[in-house]
Design a protein around this ligand. Sequence first.
Ligand code: GDP
Ligand code: ZN
Length: 359
Amino acid sequence: LSLADFGWNAVREGAFAVHAAAGLVPGRVVLEHNHVFRVRVADSEILAESAGRMKHRAEGRQALPVVGDWVAVRLDTVGTRSQIREVLPRTTWFSRKAAGRETEEQIVAANIDVVFIVFGLDIHVKSNAIERYLVLARRSGATPVIVLNKSDVVDDAGPMREDAEQAAAGAPVHVISARTAEPLSALEAYFAPGRTIALLGPSGVGKSSIVNRLIGNEVLPTGEVREWDSRGRHTTVHRQLVARARGGLVIDTPGMRELQLWDTDVVDAFDDIAALAAGCRFRDCLHDREPGCAVKAAMERGQLDDGRYASFIKLQAEQLDMEKRRDERALNEAKRSGKIGSKALKALQKERQKEGRES
Ligand code: GDP
Ligand code: ZN
């Protein structure tokens, strides 16, 4: 496999000239583990850390490498301390709001061309779930494809496919089964050399099963990486970006798996309600019991479907609850890391001083 099989192309090459002149080489992040990155460079895979100065640059977390990123690496030919010096501009990226911080965006994976939004036909597929995952996908820049998995458990997937097509707003819909022996040709059609595909969807819908089918036994011989955990034990880590011998790449990271409906603002998925909300008396109106609510008024006049209004209220409550829990978790983490305290902090400061001298 060459870098082109990983998606390297003339455009990226052109943009890289300035880094090449500085003695850096291009590579793609295939795994992030405990802040160490496994990077595929021209003909090998290396371990690299992100350069110290990148960690505290003004752009914050967005500047840090994530799986799928193209990066400029300073190779360490003697030791094992290769460094990621730059993250190249991303063509697409998936992100979530960082825990407890309203405005900070946390990028979870980058440079994904096509995203399979997977649902299982064993559970009724709600059209607003499709709508909201589509918002996530469209915001990322990746092309969305709806996949209805587990066709083997239903007699006739026809009606559910039609409902999904309605909600899909033009995105293709495929009905498949990861369990039958049939090849997943409908999905294979989206793969091409250098093209990166990721999966999104609730847990339990069959994403792992699909990934295993798409990657086949390529994962086992080459896809596992031995790492040492913090206590020096050997652990096995799966590559989070896998290039297939058959062509195309698959990204499957915990971050992508955790991306859920609440990572999109409810209002994004309900732009009709957002438009009506401009007429509400209060700017922070929740369209529930507030006086002078234009959304409620529209529903009462029959201009807004009450089923749609009800699902908006339900999703909004879910999201508020989720945000509250996430804020609490962030607070607890901050407290805990405050306790591990001085020793770790000193080590960090020492490292920073050293970095300061180096750069
Ligand atoms: P994930 O959480 O989205 O990664 O889902 P998994 O791949 O772990 O699958 C969840 C469960 O659904 C497992 O028990 C799978 O065996 C099962 N499953 C996955 N695909 C299919 C399918 O096409 N048909 C059926 N009947 N079960 C499936
Ligand atoms: Zn209102």
